[in-house]
Design a protein around this ligand. Structure first.
Ligand code: SF4
Length: 397
């Protein structure tokens, strides 16, 4: 077992006191400078060559009583989506097994509810237990929870609960009328109090301004604990929803939003979520350079399309990226001042797993990613007062 000690001087500490003016100034940085700073924040907490991979399954689709303006599952909108019943546990487990075989480390299950009814909970709990037993991280999104439901899910072994803020609290009333921002804060409080991690982000491209995008990220970063996962979604305009004709967001503005999220919440997984199917390879690469380190893998999100799994593998290969292992996912720390990475199996070998052809053995040593990470952390430790902390020799504080 080896350990990398906390860095003496972190350039991108965990903060909960961001102001909107400060964050607007970060948004306004020249694009190259913004990406550089986001890349430094990313390296301070993660191996930038690793991307956490989640798979999302809609376990109960459509007919939702909420009126979220972007969502084809809302019963308020005239979409052609057919409503379905809650899936059987066996069918969900089969999909989770396949997701794991395809490289996912986390399996997310979504149900289009305002909140789960008491009669639904036993089945959801059974799903969580069964998926967890496969060695996957588990996440569900079921709408609003009360404290008792949150505890029930925690007891079942749930790792993450997804509940997005969606947008700037001041713009929220333009998007959703059937539940309040405070309802969302309350659910997030129940999830945190039960001891689970939160997956909480938003959607951009819904007609909001840059100031409102900054405000969304300030609100997320100033929560009592940073969400451990921060999905940044690009609106997927769906015919029949009120936002079907929303004007497209400038792609660079989306990348900026990812970069600012990375800087504000440096130890969180920043997920490139909905909208990826419409992004070019180059735009996705910019998002990874801006600090995105999580994606949904699989042909479909809850109801909208996602890149083909083969496409993702090819893109990872072209960019030199690789899926984050479940172990590395579990060792990523959030909201802890200072970082200690503890690794099992560090007993020698080059980390090439025997595939690189060297004479150092392999398979039991640190992975290539760990070796890279240690080198970077060592450099950061040596030169804390010079430059931006990424070892590039620049002068940014
Ligand atoms: S986003 Fe969720 S809560 Fe809102 S309408 Fe869609 S399924 Fe319902």
């Amino acid at each position: 077992m080896s350990a990398v000690s906390p860095l003496p001087d972190r350039r991108f500490p965990i903060r909960h006191d961001w102001t909107r003016a400060e964050v607007e100034a970060v948004f306004d940085l020249p694009f190259t400078e913004l990406l550089h700073r986001a890349g430094c924040a990313h390296r301070e907490h993660f191996d930038p060559t690793e991307v956490q991979v989640s798979t999302l399954l809609s376990v109960k689709t459509g007919g939702c009583p909420e009126d979220c303006a972007y969502c084809p599952q809302s019963a308020h909108h005239g979409t052609s989506l057919a409503a379905s019943k809650l899936m059987d546990v066996d069918a969900v487990v089969e999909q989770a097994r396949q997701a794991k075989a395809d490289g996912a480390s986390r399996f997310c299950m979504g149900a289009a509810w305002r909140s789960p009814k008491p009669r639904d909970m036993p089945k959801v709990v059974a799903m969580v237990r069964a998926v967890k037993a496969l060695g996957l991280e588990t996440c569900v999104t079921l709408g609003m929870l009360d404290a008792g439901q949150a505890r029930e899910l925690k007891d079942a072994g749930l790792d993450y609960y997804n509940h997005n803020l969606d947008t700037d609290p001041e713009y929220y009333g333009q998007i959703i009328h059937t539940r309040t921002v405070q309802d969302r804060f309350d659910t997030l409080t129940h999830v945190r109090d039960a001891g689970m991690k939160t997956c909480c982000g938003g959607i951009v491209g819904m007609g909001e301004t840059r100031r409102q995008r900054a405000s969304l990220l300030v609100t997320l970063a100033n929560l009592p604990r940073h969400p451990e996962s921060v999905p940044i979604n690009q609106l997927v305009p769906v015919a029949g929803t009120p936002l079907a004709n929303a004007p497209a967001l400038d792609p660079f503005e989306f990348v900026r939003t990812v970069a600012v999220a990375r800087i504000l919440m440096p130890a969180s997984m920043v997920r490139l979520s909905a909208g990826r199917a419409a992004m070019s390879d180059e735009m996705q690469a910019l998002c990874f350079a801006a600090g995105a380190n999580s994606i949904f893998h699989g042909e479909k999100l809850l109801t909208t399309g996602n890149p083909d799994p083969g496409y993702d593998s090819a893109l990872f290969q072209r960019l030199g990226l690789r899926p984050m292992s479940v172990e590395n996912v579990k060792s990523s720390l959030s909201d802890i001042p200072g970082l200690t990475i503890v690794r099992e199996n560090s007993g020698g070998g080059c980390g090439g797993g025997g595939s690189c052809g060297c004479s150092e053995g392999g398979g039991t040593g640190p992975t290539l990613a760990e070796t890279t990470r240690k080198r970077e952390l060592a450099q950061l430790s040596r030169e804390p007062e010079d430059g931006c902390g990424c070892g590039c020799g620049c002068e940014h504080g």
